[in-house]
Design a protein around this ligand. Structure first.
Ligand code: PLP
Length: 421
């Protein structure tokens, strides 16, 4: 260990009024014992833990409000519909959309992106059209575009990144041309932590006549999202990464685009009239919500937005930035730690490898010490290819993480170093 002074957990709050211990108390799971150690949960990029405010909302919903929505004439159906539609209003506010109809509840980012590819893509793309996708995308913002490209004869082109993990803006500009129909980019890269200049990239795409689809899966937990300010055409996010239940997320789309788009899936809820001569479809957002929706988890999503607002999204971001600065400072002490993702603008993701220890072995050793991180390709194989690695280890932060947990991660890394060194 070098002499670099490590901050103590109490110093975490210097200049930042967040009471992390009080926040931690709202997450019972953080007290779990894992392999005889208290859990240090640093795998929030994969999925965050859930506060009592969210789990109690789910319990209350099932205990007092549940029935199917939009259909019943009875009291419980009214209550469920009211709770579900009120969650949509909350989600609308969360991304600062203009109209609640611009919010479609989906299973998560993956479904949101597939919806845009299948519906907008199938409608718009012609042979020879181009879809630009950045090198740092999660597979869920690559594969749906490849699938629709195959079916429409359009072409997926990669926007390259540099070795710091930043999109090369000159290359992006050069790739944009009058064949570009769609630009699909992540707000925050899950494998590197890069925060992309979305607003600027949207402006450039619009100048070229393309629409922009933003993957906000890793942005939503850390950044105040404002779709009006970004002027993006579509934006998808997952609830489970931002303290909400699994199986729920939202797709935002500009009203005039959604209104013109064909349905994604057929079934109940999304129709106006059905006959064997042909069917007509409901208005947005219901046109894109076929079948019984995930009512309870949408309501839980609303509670998660409120949880984040109660703390303050800027306060959450500040705390995570402090943790990120700290983890980088700690890592600088070791010559055998290689960091992936050194963008100027980064969110709370620390991806690294340790010389002589495979990422999977490292993950296993850390787990035995109670420290949960993610190891592997992070569903971003092109990023692994760029850096010529098969896998990296990744710690990713949430509002409840502490300096102490980072110290524990480095202690466990030391242990792995001794074990394999
Ligand atoms: N996009 C990014 C950047 C992600 O990190 C993830 C999940 O890790 C996804 C998309 C897919 O999200 P989900 O599995 O919740 O649909």
């Amino acid at each position: 260990m070098s002499e670099v002074a490590l901050k103590t957990p109490t110093e975490t709050q210097s200049g930042n009024l967040l009471d992390v211990q009080e926040i931690r108390a709202q997450f019972p799971i953080l007290g779990e014992i894992v392999h005889e150690n208290t859990l240090a949960y640093l795998d929030n990029g994969a999925s965050s833990q859930k506060p009592i405010a969210v789990t109690e909302t789910l319990e209350r919903y099932y205990a007092t409000q549940h029935a199917n929505v939009h259909r019943g004439v009875h009291e419980l159906s009214d209550r469920a519909t009211e709770a579900y539609e009120s969650a949509r209003k909350t989600a609308c506010k969360f991304v600062n959309a203009n109209r609640t109809e611009e919010i479609i509840f989906v299973r998560g980012t993956t479904e949101g992106l597939n919806l845009v590819a299948e519906s907008y893509g199938r409608w718009k793309l012609q042979p020879g059209d181009e879809i630009l996708v950045s090198e740092m995308e999660h597979h869920s913002n690559i594969v749906p575009w490849q699938l629709i490209a195959e079916r429409t004869g359009s072409i997926v082109r990669m926007i390259p990144m540099n070795d710091n993990g930043e999109i090369i803006q000159e290359d992006y500009l050069n790739l944009l041309n009058d064949k570009t129909q769609i630009v699909a980019i992540t707000y925050v890269a899950n494998s590197l932590g890069t925060v992309n200049p979305i607003k600027e990239m949207v402006r450039m795409a619009h100048d070229a006549g393309a629409v922009v689809v933003v993957d906000a899966a890793q942005a939503a937990p850390h950044i105040s999202i404002d779709v009006v300010d970004l002027d993006c055409d579509f934006l998808a996010l997952s609830g489970h990464k931002m303290y909400a239940p699994t199986g729920i997320g939202i797709l935002y789309g500009k009203g005039e685009l959604l209104e013109a788009m064909p349905p994604y899936q057929g079934g109940g809820e999304m129709i106006r009239r059905v006959s064997f001569e042909g069917s007509t479809y409901a208005d947005i957002p219901h046109r894109f919500e076929a079948g019984t929706p995930n009512i309870a988890d949408a309501v839980g999503f609303g509670a998660a937005c409120q949880f984040m607002w109660d703390i303050g999204i800027d306060e959450i971001a500040t705390h995570e930035k402090e943790l990120l600065d700290y983890v980088h400072k700690c890592a600088d002490r070791y010559e055998d730690i290689r960091i992936y993702g050194n963008a100027k603008h980064k969110a709370g993701v620390f991806a690294f490898t340790l010389d002589k220890v495979h990422a999977h072995d490292l993950g296993t050793v850390l787990d035995r010490q109670g420290v949960a991180i993610r190891v592997g390709h992070h569903c971003a194989m092109p990023v692994m290819k760029h850096f010529n690695v098969a896998a990296t280890a990744r710690a990713s932060f949430a509002v409840y993480n502490t300096y102490d947990e980072i110290d524990r991660m480095f202690e466990a890394i030391n242990f792995a170093r001794e074990l394999f060194g």
